[in-house]
Design a protein around this ligand. Structure first.
Ligand SMILES: NC(=O)C1=CN([C@@H]2O[C@H](COP(=O)(O)OP(=O)(O)OC[C@H]3O[C@@H](n4cnc5c(N)ncnc54)[C@H](O)[C@@H]3O)[C@@H](O)[C@H]2O)C=CC1
Ligand SMILES: CCC(=O)/C=C/C=C\C[C@@H](O)/C=C/C=C/C=C\[C@@H](O)CCCC(=O)O
Length: 261
């Protein structure tokens, strides 16, 4: 399936999982807007991607996704620059149990806003030609992690929101497939934040337990997560899917029991 001529937007795309996703999209000839808070890392990312993929194929847009007006501008700038929008990956996330209200804003509220903005630009309801949204949750949503109660809550929320809005998209014939991705531990700067009291607050005292959990389950590399994202983009049968990626099972899907009376 050729993705050439398509346009993607990835939040938190300057490093870690988001950066790997951006590179996979560029490798498939998709033009990409890299939306990220971090100006320095974003500038560095732009220079490296221009050198590797050629100028004009991606653009870094500095933006704090918790600022609704700035996020709206980032979407509009992408469409103004590349003429359309086909794929949105709501990936940016933080791990901060100290400032837990911020964690809710970044990990859940902004994912909801990013999904609604994606629909504004892609839904047939608005005369657009459809597309794919991928919201990044975590395997933490399937655990009762003592290290990260609020992070865990946000990731549960992302799954619930995504499954519901995916059904709405189907019922309303929006032409947009909306899926959720749940990686286990991935080797990125975020993973190392679990050692910091500034991030973990009073839960930092569980850090040894946390490390044992990582040793037990293993740590994934970002390119495998990007492979999962590309599958969610290219498999036209997937809507409301909950993709899990773990060391033991690789890329697989969560299944839910059908509702009963
Ligand atoms: N690393 C891991 O073990 C796992 C991570 N995840 C999730 O994957 C996503 C990406 O995480 P990583 O790549 O590991 O993190 P990371 O910390 O390496 O990268 C996150 C990126 O998001 C950006 N960002 C943070 N707050 C932002 C804001 N307010 N506005 C715009 N950009 C912002 C950062 O500047 C950074 O470039 C997150 O949603 C995370 O919760 C899920 C499962 C496992
Ligand atoms: C316990 C998680 C945690 O404290 C925080 C990690 C920080 C961020 C990464 C996050 O999103 C967590 C992922 C957690 C994954 C936990 C367990 C899985 O690896 C279980 C996999 C089971 C299997 O391999 O089949």
């Amino acid at each position: 399936m050729s993705l050439s001529g398509k346009v993607g937007l990835v939040t938190g795309g300057a490093q870690g999982i988001g950066r790997a996703v951006v590179e996979s999209l560029l490798n498939s000839s998709v033009k990409v807007a890299v939306v990220d808070l971090n100006q320095e890392v974003g500038n560095e990312c732009q220079v490296q991607l221009d050198a590797k993929y050629g100028e004009g194929n991606c653009t870094f847009i500095q933006c704090d996704i918790t600022d609704g007006d700035k996020l709206k501008d980032a979407f509009q700038r992408t469409v103004d620059l590349y003429g359309r929008l086909d794929y949105v990956v709501n990936n940016a996330g933080i791990n901060n149990e100290n400032d837990w209200e911020k964690t809710i804003q970044v990990n859940l509220t902004s994912v909801i806003k990013g999904t609604y903005l994606a629909l504004d630009h892609m839904s047939k309801e608005h005369g657009k030609s459809g597309g794919v949204v991928i919201n990044v949750s975590s395997m933490a949503a399937f655990l009762h992690s003592p290290h990260q109660p609020v992070y865990t809550a946000t990731k549960h929320g992302v799954i619930g929101f995504t499954r519901a809005i995916a059904d709405a998209s189907l019922l309303g014939d929006y032409g947009v497939r909306i899926n959720v991705l749940c990686p286990a531990f991935v080797n990125t700067p975020l993973l190392h934040s679990v050692e910091n009291e500034a991030n973990m607050g009073k839960f930092v005292k569980f850090k040894d337990d946390f490390k044992q959990s990582m040793n037990k389950f293993g740590v994934l590399q970002p390119p495998l997560i990007a492979e999962g994202v590309m599958r969610l983009i290219t498999d036209s049968g997937l809507n409301g899917a909950v993709m899990k990626i773990t060391c033991s099972k690789g890329i697989h899907f969560h299944t839910y029991e059908p509702p009963s009376a």
